[in-house]
Design a binder for this molecule. Structure first.
Ligand code: SF4
Length: 259
């Protein structure tokens, strides 16, 4: 949903999601690396947007979690305030964290698109180690909508555990029960199946020997260079299921894609 994916103020993360591609960069150490040239990076985005006749969407959160980073640097507050001085374009980023109170009252939020990542409790507690709990993330979505942000929900990554249909239907029911309908109708969804890799598996087997297994060899196929994706027939069955869930629980919400 973005036009450009750009480097921004940090790389890495202090959380330890077992599937995160950043974990592979940093091996077994989960740490956050901060960059100090924020003025330069944001001004490049703004200048690029100014040269374009179109309203562009810039993904600024692909190398870290900017909500988490903001608790240390205040960079997200600065970014939203600075970007509000221009009158064109959008910034977007995903998050698995709920600490958004500092950004609720800022100017310019209508040009910020925040995508909150949600997953069933069992996955958050066992796989997304060090991130915010599901209840907190849902409260975060409501607060962001109340404040006037554009908000999306990422159901991502979808992990096809044995009982995935049951646990994901419970998640859909919980979202429907807890987020007011007027907000849900405006929220868009992106659904993304997990990809995994040989390196992830090697790190996780050693670092988290007692955690639930998210890599079951028979369910995956190679995508080249040591990367794995769910087999075609498994993805197809999952896609049918998740489309049914969207139609049943959120028929008015926009579904950008299931991929
Ligand atoms: S919160 Fe995001 S950036 Fe941090 S480890 Fe998890 S997936 Fe990676």
């Amino acid at each position: 949903m973005s036009n450009y994916l750009v480097p921004y103020t940090s790389s890495g993360c202090t959380a330890m999601c077992m599937y995160c591609y950043l974990v592979c960069h940093f091996n077994k150490c989960a740490y956050l690396r901060l960059f100090v040239n924020r003025e330069e990076m944001l001004s490049r985005i703004i200048k690029f947007q100014e040269k374009s006749d179109d309203e562009l969407v810039f993904e600024i959160g692909s190398n870290s979690d900017l909500v988490l980073e903001n608790t240390i640097t205040n960079n997200l507050v600065w970014t939203i305030e600075e970007f509000s001085k221009t009158k064109k374009g959008f910034l977007t980023f995903p998050t698995k964290f709920h600490m958004i109170d500092d950004i609720l009252d800022l100017k310019g939020k209508e040009r910020i698109i925040i995508r909150m990542s949600l997953n069933p409790d069992i996955i958050i507690n066992n796989v997304e180690i060090g991130t915010s709990k599901l209840d907190d993330r849902i409260r975060g979505v409501i607060k962001l909508k109340e404040a006037g942000y554009r908000v999306g929900i990422l159901i991502a990554p979808i992990i096809l555990l044995e009982d995935y249909k049951e646990i994901y239907e419970q998640l859909f029911m919980k979202i429907k029960e807890e987020i007011p309908e007027k907000y849900l109708d405006e929220i868009f969804f992106e659904l993304i199946f997990m990809t995994y890799s040989f390196v992830h598996n090697a790190i996780n087997e050693e670092a988290f020997p007692n955690h639930i297994k998210i890599y079951e060899k028979e369910k995956f196929t190679s995508r080249g260079k040591g990367k794995y994706t769910y087999k075609k027939e498994i993805r197809e069955e999952g896609t049918i299921f998740f489309k049914e869930m969207m139609n049943k629980y959120f028929p008015k919400s926009k579904l950008f894609y299931i991929s």
